[in-house]
Ligand binder design. Structure first.
Ligand SMILES: [Zn+2]
Length: 248
């Protein structure tokens, strides 16, 4: 092993061609956060590991640090999750959002094994799920929890009054009671927050009972919209605060 090089587990976030034969590969790693790297010569026919550097592959990589881009010197497949995903549009789009959301929640260069493991679990579950959006939301709620940003789904986020409540507000922290709800809160059926609570806790049998019921698709749509709104609000808040820090 070359001095300074390091090993890690990784999934590919995205790639683009670079120069004549190279490829830039953005990796989400288990111990080094998001790593921008280059795989040299992988677009030539004889490349040893170029074909492994694709979405939905769990990789064991060896990287050599560089000033702007690390260099991938070796990549081995730990597991391939693409089958069941790449030929199914709903699973494919949901799995892509899993990886993108993880990239945005990950800290650059910081280890976050729990987030990485949650990505691997979500990709594995996505291969066979009958409910890709529910599988995606279960991941997003888990990732939010790991980041300390989980929405309250039963108690009121402001006064802790026991639910179920029928309003949701990302900035307030999730479910809010009639007395605490800010005027711009979304009104939601209590069943939606119940479904999100089941997904967040990975109570799959109970969640599937709701999802397979007559109101399942409608409740899932609403739950997904709330989950994404909550994530988006907190990501924007995070990115905003980073920008403020950079200006100092
Ligand atoms: Zn309240």
């Amino acid at each position: 092993m070359r001095r300074g090089s390091f090993h890690d587990r990784a999934v590919v976030v995205r790639t683009h061609d670079f120069g004549e034969a190279d490829r830039v590969v953005v990796l989400l790693t288990r111990h080094h956060g998001v790593v921008r790297s280059v795989a040299k010569g992988v677009r030539k026919a004889k490349s040893r590991f170029g074909s492994r550097l694709q979405p939905f592959v769990h990789l064991d990589v060896q990287l050599y640090p560089g000033r702007k881009l690390a260099t991938i010197t070796q990549a081995d497949t730990v597991a391939y999750y693409g089958s069941g995903i790449i030929e199914d549009w709903d699973r494919y789009t949901a799995a892509s959002v899993v990886v993108e959301a993880a990239e945005r929640l990950a800290m650059h260069g910081e280890e976050d094994p729990a987030l990485f493991d949650a990505v691997i679990n979500a990709l594995s579950a996505m291969q066979t799920t009958r409910h890709p959006t529910a599988t995606l939301d279960a991941f997003l709620l888990r990732a939010l929890e790991l980041a300390g940003l989980a929405p309250r789904l039963f108690e009121c986020a402001s006064c802790q009054a026991a639910g179920p409540h029928r309003a949701f507000h990302p900035e307030a922290g999730g479910a809010v009671c009639v007395r605490c709800r800010p005027s711009q809160s979304a009104s939601v059926p209590a069943e939606t927050l119940h479904l999100m609570w089941l997904l967040a806790g990975e109570h799959w049998a109970a969640a599937e009972q709701i999802l397979d019921g007559p109101d399942g698709p409608h409740l899932m749509d609403t739950a997904h919209r709330l989950t994404v709104r909550h994530l988006q609000w907190h990501l924007d808040a995070k990115v905003g605060s980073l920008r403020v820090l950079e200006q100092r």
